[in-house]
Design a protein around this ligand. Structure first.
Ligand SMILES: CC(C)(COP(=O)(O)OP(=O)(O)OC[C@H]1O[C@@H](n2cnc3c(N)ncnc32)[C@H](O)[C@@H]1OP(=O)(O)O)[C@@H](O)C(=O)NCCC(=O)NCCS
Length: 156
């Protein structure tokens, strides 16, 4: 069970009843937000985690990804803006990595090249720049930085 009493948060699996709130946080955090249907499909195909406040059950973030053989792809990670820069994103990502144990050796993701706070965030987790995918994002059009983290580097 993933509850952090110091931070006052817990992690649980995303369920259908969460989709409206998750879609709303997504819209607050991204200009090219995923529609509700994408999250709904993801309930079937992806690994979906909710971060919630332990005392009120309020959802404050989520992480969505998919394991492919020995790699875990992070598709989406967001913390509701009033709760950003308080250590919640770090807790969520580190708890998921810990939860996976030795299942995956590499973590991969795409991030807008201009999303400096997210790039800073991932660097803290020893993610390295791998390559740039041109014009990957819409609204506005922007390149994606592909980042990768070797789990052994993270542990060190
Ligand atoms: C990126 C995101 C998930 C980080 O979560 P968070 O809970 O705010 O991050 P944390 O408080 O755990 O911060 C950890 C580190 O990330 C970096 N960071 C976080 N916010 C930052 C900011 N506004 N500016 C610069 N660096 C930042 C810092 O290195 C920070 O460590 P520090 O506070 O010791 O300096 C969150 O800002 C977010 O949801 N952003 C909008 C959605 C998004 O861009 N998601 C990523 C898409 S790939």
């Amino acid at each position: 069970m993933y509850i952090n009493y110091d931070l006052g948060v817990g992690i649980r699996a995303m369920v259908e009843a969460d989709l409206n709130t998750v879609t709303q946080i997504e819209r607050e955090c991204f200009t090219d937000s995923w529609p509700k249907e994408a999250f709904a499909q993801g309930l079937v195909y992806n690994e979906n985690h909710i971060l919630y406040l332990h005392d009120t059950a309020q959802i404050i973030g989520y992480l969505i990804g998919m394991g492919i053989i020995d790699e875990f792809h992070i598709y989406n990670l967001a913390i509701r803006s009033p709760f950003q820069r308080m250590g919640f994103g770090s807790y969520l990502l580190s708890a998921i990595i810990e939860m996976h144990g030795n299942k995956y050796t590499r973590y991969l993701l795409e991030v807008r090249v201009g999303n400096f706070k997210a790039i800073n965030f991932y660097r803290k987790f020893h993610f390295q720049n791998v390559y740039v995918r041109k014009n990957y994002y819409n609204n506005p059009t922007e390149d994606a930085q592909i980042m990768e983290m070797d789990i052994n580097a993270q542990a060190g």
